[in-house]
Design a protein around this ligand. Structure first.
Ligand code: GLN
Length: 377
């Protein structure tokens, strides 16, 4: 019997395949269409040439964990012990899965906000947990904390948050964090904070990492991705930060899931991280892209929703069509040559607000061509 009877192929694979089949511009799956830094590639290459080609230590290369600890201190003022509180993972999705696998027992409830990144719910289900879904408000995608409180039961084990949020681009505000802090203290909840877009925050806003809040961090797993930061999603490199007592259990699972992550890339990333501008300039880099895409789309019949972070821009298409979003996204891929992600794919019950997600992590020319096609719809 299937452990995940209702799970099909992920929408990212489906839409990327459709884009390839119809030679459409692929603004669906989130990844840059430009290359990562030559300097970083040379650093990885150096490591290979120097013979760093065998297993790394199970939790990750000490040099990389040290570089991460320094970054976390500088950005979020949190002292984390690289020896016991950071684990390097093959990507952010894996980092999330491992926390769930380590802590969720059959019957445990996990609060998940929808639209939710598509791996969260299957991750909980495959471990026997019970996802408790709460919809974010529409169209500003905020959390109703009263509702969260009303859904907490004696079985509630964990609450998952994601800021900046995929697919909506919403970011948590200070008042959200304060509400979360109260619930964590009152009900002793674990928090899984997916912060893979930490450096992609716009209009002068600050990323509110859970690492800045010791009262929450003491119950939290915080997950990150190098792919989003250094434009190399295909490297599948990420990490998890958690206090020692949680990380101990996390590593018990990690050591038998993949044991350790590829060595030369860890060397390269450790060296590259030593220069803070490599990540500090990302917000302005991507804000320029978001603003350019919005500008190019101004005369189209799409209506943008606010994107305050991530590299995604949601667009309503109700001035164009009343089709469901999956039908609409499929049709514009085939007929107009631009692929997007239908946001209903991020709701278990398929809630359809007639919104599609475009990824703007693309070269200027790509955005120009895509917007020209979208403006003809
Ligand atoms: N995170 C990427 C997105 O949201 C996709 C990752 C994947 O394809 N699994 O589009």
């Amino acid at each position: 019997m299937s452990k995940l009877p209702n799970v099909g192929t992920t929408i990212f694979s489906v839409m990327s395949a459709l884009a390839a089949e119809h030679k459409a511009i692929n603004l669906s799956q989130g990844f840059p269409d430009f290359d990562c830094s030559d300097e970083l590639k040379a650093m990885v290459n150096d490591a290979m040439q120097q013979g760093y080609n065998q297993y790394a230590p199970m939790p990750g290369l000490p040099a990389l964990r040290n570089a991460i600890a320094e970054k976390v201190m500088a950005l979020y003022g949190q002292q984390v012990d690289p020896e016991t509180e950071i684990t390097i993972t093959p990507g952010g999705t894996y980092a999330i899965y491992t926390a769930i696998a380590a802590y969720i027992h059959p019957g445990d409830e996990v609060i998940i906000f929808e639209p939710a990144y598509d791996s969260y719910i299957p991750n909980v289900l495959v471990n026997g947990g019970k996802p408790v879904r709460i919809s974010l408000s529409f169209p500003d995608y905020r959390i109703n904390w009263q509702e969260v409180r009303s859904k907490i039961t004696p079985r509630t084990k964990m609450i998952m948050i994601n800021t900046p949020h995929n697919p909506t681009g919403a970011i948590l505000q200070e008042e959200d964090i304060l509400e979360l802090e109260k619930l964590v203290a009152e009900f002793d909840l674990l928090v899984l904070s997916d912060e893979v877009y930490e450096h992609l925050v716009y209009d002068g806003a600050q990323h509110l990492s859970i690492l800045k809040y010791p009262n929450i961090f003491r119950n939290s797993f915080v997950t990150f991705s190098f792919g989003k930061v250094f434009h190399n999603t295909g490297w599948k490199m990420g990490y998890c930060i958690a206090p020692k007592h949680l990380m101990q259990e996390y590593r018990k699972v990690h050591q038998y899931l993949c044991f350790s992550v590829n060595t030369p890339m860890q060397h390269g990333l450790a060296r590259f991280l030593a220069t803070p501008s490599h990540y500090l300039e990302l917000s302005s880099f991507y804000q320029e892209k978001r603003d350019y895409f919005l500008e190019l789309m101004r005369d189209s019949r799409f209506t943008p929703l606010a994107s305050k972070g991530s590299y995604f821009q949601l667009m309503k298409y109700d001035r164009i069509s009343d089709e469901g979003d999956k039908a609409f996204a499929t049709r514009i891929t085939k007929e107009f040559g631009v692929a997007s992600i239908p946001v209903s794919a991020f709701y278990e019950n398929g809630k359809d607000d007639h919104v599609v997600r475009f990824c703007f992590a693309k070269k200027k020319e790509t955005l120009e061509q895509a917007a020209a096609r979208l403006s003809r719809i």
